[in-house]
Design a protein around this ligand. Sequence first.
Ligand code: ADP
Length: 379
Amino acid sequence: MDRKVGIIGGGQLGKMILDEASKIGLSLSILDLSNESPCCNLSNNFVQGDFNDYDTVINFGEKHDLISYEIEHINIDALDTLVKNGIEVQPSPKILRIIQDKNLQKSFFKKNNFPTSNFTFFKSKNELINSLKKDNLNFPCVWKKTRFGYDGYGVKVLKSFNDISDIVDSEMIIEDFVPFTKELSVIVALNKNGDLKTYETVEMEFNSNSNQVEFVISPANISEKINQRAKKIASDLAKKINLIGLLAVEMFLTNDGEILINEIAPRPHNSGHFSIDACPTSQFKQHINSIMNFKLGETSHKRCAIMINLVGEKSHIGKVKYENIDLIKDQKDVFVHLYGKKITRPNRKMGHVTVICDTFVKAYKKAKEIKEIIKVKSF
Ligand code: ADP
């Protein structure tokens, strides 16, 4: 507990890590570019700076014993230097280097025999077009920018040759289109002692317009066999990649019951927010437990939890107001979390609500009602 711990990234994930840290008297420093970020008034040591800048990350890191992060696009060379200089960085920068690049990430799955869809790497749009003269693509297929994509930006389903004209020129992978029935996620925690815990396999339901996660359902409506298989894949992957910390493993469940890994994130994840209100140990507390090598906490829960993302309404940009939040904020088994971002933008993640009910049917009905009435707008 005496160690100086710094977190890179001061968004909502950082805020929720800080909430848990404060409960155990652990004070954390935060590095973020924006002095309006959710963490800036919550940490005693908030440092404003660009985590893509080598010197900024070094200067911040050198003042600490242990560095972790809640964001993936960090200057990785700086993290490597910190490790060389004896500062602990968890999860390891080696993991971050793999996941920052979708080509390296998919290659890691393939090389280690983890189930994932087939893919091909192309250096540029020209290379893709030239290769098409020799080989045909099987449409539909999925174009992904190898770097700096998030929340579906940098991903596009290509239905025909004509769709290629819309993609940007950068390094890319072209993946087989997976005809999936559900998108699943498992969060795994692993500490240095080798303690490993997974949360329930959850189901992510996407908004068909924005392609962003709208609801996260825990536990997923899947058979126990599939639940166990998803957890096993996630646990094996966490061990194979030498994780210390949290790893979110996003997967597809295909029409014929196969599980294929889509992508991974070595940090707390949107698909684990339900755990704050539903589980004995939230993913944020577990993140602290795992990087600090504390005993990992219990993760199981009995009732059905559904997390609803509150995102900025289309065409609303400016100072945020949460329409109708008063109607639900004090309801039993309804838990409102607002991130403290001052400005809303279309699809910006501004908060979430978790509902907990005895049955999935009741929880889903409630979640749909909440999504209908709560609107994130600007003044
Ligand atoms: P991001 O890193 O931006 O979140 P993802 O790789 O998770 O991007 O892709 C975003 C979404 O696109 C997925 O959640 C899924 O709905 C869809 N998608 C991604 N890859 C495939 C695929 N191979 N087949 C079918 N749909 C896919």
